[in-house]
Each structure stands twice: as structure tokens, then as C-alpha cells.
Design a protein around this ligand. Structure first.
Ligand code: RNT
Ligand code: ZN
Length: 424
């Protein structure tokens, strides 16, 4: 007995699955062809616990917490790129890397955040070009002394606000340079930690300041073929339990008014709220969305994404609503208690599995049942679909994409851990 399926077994299982799906009118080859066109934007920060390469402060701040001390985290851009390539070798399809400004390569000379330029990201851009990857970007409004008191773009001090506005402007230019160099628009996403631990008496003024700061950052139009602006809301954070300036209502309104992308992070709402139900509402009024697919366990804990009901619901919404061309799928989690390269692989493969399952769903049939009011059959079908052989379709997809099938990738990552990570 071997540990892994032979290619022949994978193909035979696929042929059977194909027949089974055909009885429901589903063309699995077409589904996989579609799946191959969906990029996932993998976040660089899973690779080094949101550390970045500036070494300005010891703590990340901004209420971001990474737990665990698994050995072997990337300490340099080259190590991070090498780890990322290792992760990609186990992820089928063509994907993107989502960078934070704190991952700039400025050489021996530190460069202030408001003075960052595309030149400081050339290492990333050249590498992305060589690997055929798209890049996305984020200004970094934490891990900095000017963010220490919990306010950045909404700071009461005009000088500090101006510094962070300049950072935002600089980052849009970096994003546009990335988009231009790689021939694919860069999504530059603004998330700020601003808020307060205890009850504020003035909820209004900081929000007015934030709106003004954002207006200043976005004042210069940039070709959407190069850069797309996104804004990310949050309900609460560590240290901003009582008030977050950039709340959901704030940014939904701002994004609609200014035709920006809204970023929905799966961990940024009340635990009983789900972003899968927000996609169709937001896309009534917005052209495009950015998702930060994450997994909150009891709070915005940023656990590695797994194939939960909610992850499946997100995939279903994107496919059922025909939103795949209007939604940029990004991941956002950081776990330092397990192999960080494996974390990327697990989260990305889970996201892709959810899309794969959604793409082989007999949605026309389900919709018809719903329209006819036959909720009995709808529920029965939804339950039957759960045990359809989507796994065989996914395995075949991995085989054809030239990446390990099933658990085979775990061994490769363990080898990389022994050969590379353990020696750091
Ligand atoms: C924080 C936001 C934000 C960050 C990254 C590092 O709650 O989710 O997206 O996770 O920018
Ligand atoms: Zn996020």
C-alpha cells in the first residue's frame, strides 16, 4: 500500500466523478477551466508573523497579535520569497502576493514611510515578474512610533495625520508601479488601527478627520488599470474595543460615495455575522470588493483558513452570484504556532477547494427548485450535494496543475523545514 494515490487512480476517480456530475448537468472540465482563472492574493505577512523588515519597534502594535514561536520564520526578503515559492509549489493555479509597506527593501539606509518609493520594492517587483505573479499592496499604519497612541489618519495632531496621509499617497504610487510593471492592477488596501479602548465622548470628530485624510490620499486620480484603492473596516480590535473610527458603516458609505473598493475581512464583524451574506448587498452599490478571507475563533483571531461552512458559503456566493470578476480574493491570517509555509498552503488550498466545490454545484437546478417554492427538494439536494465526489475533482485539478495531490504536499514541506527552516 502506498501513502498516495497514483495518477491513474486520480484520473479514474475523476472519470467517475465526471459522470456523476454530468447526471446533474455539470461539466466538471469547464468548472476546472474556470477555477484555473481565479487568482488568490496570498498575504506576505503569514511568512514572518507580520514582522516586516524595518526593525523600527519590537511590537507590531495596532492591536494585531500573533501567537506562537514555531522555529524558522523568514528574517529577510530573500528568505520570505524562498518560503513563498515553496508554498506556491503546493498550490494549483496562478496567484498573487499581497505585500505590506513594511516589507520595503531600502538597503542599509532606513527610509521613512512617507518617503517610500517604487524603487524600494524593485526586489519584489522583479521577482514577481520572473515568477508570473501579480502583486497587491498595503500601507502600513502600525509598528511605528507615530502610531503608538492608537491613532494615525484620524489623529488629533495635524502633523501626525499629515505624515500618514503622505504614507498613503506614497503607497498608491508604489501600487501603481507594481500594476504597471506586472500588467495587472494592484489592489492597495487601507486599514488603520484608529480607535479607543474605552468609551469615547466624541465619535464624530475622528470620523470627520478620517474622511478628510482619505480624501487627501485619494485626491490624485490613478488609472484603475494600474491601481485600485480599497478600504477595510473593522468592528473592534485589541485596544480599540469601545470604538473603531473606520467602522463598517463608515467605510461602506465612503466606498459607495467615492467608488472605492470595500474590503470585507471575515474576522471583522460580530461573531454571528458572516461576510458571505454581505457580498451581494455590497455589490448592489459597489463595482468591486476585496475580501480578506480569515477565520476568527471567538474573536478576530486570524486563524488559518479551513474549509468551514462559512468558507464554503463565501465560495458559493461568489459563484452563484456571478461575482468572480468583481471580487478580489485575498487571505488574511497569521499563525506562528505551526509551520508558516504550511499555513499558507492550508489556507490557500482551502479557499480553492471552496471555489472548486461551488463551481460544480448544480446551481441552475437549485435555483429552479427555489423559484418553484419546492424548499423540500432544495434542502434535500443541498444535503445530497455535500457527499458528491468534489474531492475527486479537486485531486484531478491538482494533478493536472502539477502540484501534489492530497496529503502528498505535507512531506515536501517537512523536507523543506528540515533542509531550510530548521537551519535559520
Ligand atoms: C487588521 C486587518 C488588516 C491586517 C493586515 C496585516 O485587523 O485585518 O488587514 O491584518 O493589514
Ligand atoms: Zn484584514
Amino acid at each position: 500500500m502506498t501513502m498516495f494515490d497514483s495518477p491513474k487512480n486520480v484520473e479514474q476517480a475523476y472519470a467517475l466523478a465526471q459522470d456523476r456530475y454530468a447526471t446533474l448537468g455539470i461539466d466538471t472540465d469547464a468548472a476546472l477551466a474556470r477555477l484555473a482563472t481565479i487568482p488568490i492574493s496570498l498575504h506576505c505577512w503569514q511568512g514572518d508573523d507580520v514582522g516586516g523588515f524595518e526593525n523600527l519597534v519590537d511590537e507590531i502594535g495596532g492591536g494585531l497579535a500573533v501567537t506562537g514561536n514555531y522555529p524558522g520564520k523568514a528574517r529577510t526578503p530573500d528568505e520570505l520569497r524562498s518560503d513563498f515559492e515553496m508554498a506556491l509549489s503546493a498550490i494549483p493555479g496562478k496567484h498573487r502576493l499581497n505585500l505590506h509597506a513594511s516589507y520595503a527593501e531600502t538597503g542599509a539606509q532606513p527610509v521613512e514611510r512617507n518617503e517610500l518609493e517604487p524603487a524600494h520594492f524593485l526586489g519584489w517587483i522583479d521577482w514577481a515578474k520572473e515568477k508570473g505573479l501579480g502583486l497587491d499592496f498595503n500601507p502600513t499604519y502600525f509598528a511605528h512610533e507615530k502610531a503608538d497612541d492608537g491613532f494615525t489618519l484620524a489623529h488629533p495632531d495635524a502633523g501626525i495625520r499629515q505624515f500618514w496621509i503622505e504614507h498613503g499617497i506614497a503607497c498608491r504610487k508604489v501600487g501603481a508601479a507594481m500594476g504597471k510593471a506586472l500588467g495587472s492592477p494592484c489592489v492597495t488596501n487601507v486599514w488603520i488601527p484608529d480607535g479607543s479602548k474605552d468609551t469615547p465622548v466624541d465619535r464624530r470628530t475622528p470620523r470627520q478627520r478620517l474622511a478628510d485624510s482619505l480624501d487627501a490620499i485619494f485626491a490624485e486620480p490613478i488609472d484603475p488599470k494600474l491601481n485600485l484603492d480599497a478600504v477595510e473596516a473593522k468592528l473592534f480590535g485589541l485596544g480599540s474595543e469601545s470604538y473603531v473610527v473606520g467602522s463598517h458603516e463608515f467605510y461602506l458609505g465612503y466606498a459607495i460615495k467615492n467608488q472605492k473598493l470595500l474590503c470585507l475581512d471575515a474576522g471583522h464583524f460580530h461573531p454571528t455575522e458572516v461576510i458571505s451574506d454581505k457580498i451581494s448587498s455590497c455589490l448592489m452599490w459597489l463595482d468591486e470588493l476585496l475580501l480578506h478571507v480569515s477565520r476568527g475563533v471567538r474573536w478576530d483571531s486570524d486563524h488559518v483558513v479551513t474549509l468551514t461552512d462559512e468558507l464554503q458559503a463565501i465560495g458559493q456566493e461568489l459563484v452563484r452570484g456571478d461575482y468572480l470578476d468583481r471580487v478580489h480574493i485575498g487571505l488574511d491570517f497569521f499563525d506562528a504556532s505551526i509551520n508558516r509555509v504550511a499555513a499558507w498552503v492550508i489556507g490557500s488550498r482551502s479557499m480553492l477547494k471552496s471555489l472548486c466545490m461551488a463551481l460544480v454545484e448544480p446551481i441552475e437546478m437549485l435555483r429552479k427548485l427555489e423559484n418553484e417554492g419546492d424548499y423540500t427538494s432544495r434542502l434535500a439536494m443541498l444535503e445530497e450535494i455535500k457527499t458528491m465526489p468534489a474531492g475527486a475533482v479537486w485531486n484531478y485539478y491538482c494533478l493536472k496543475a502539477g502540484v501534489p495531490v492530497g496529503q502528498a504536499w505535507i512531506e515536501d514541506i517537512k523536507q523543506y523545514e528540515a533542509d531550510v527552516l530548521a537551519k535559520r
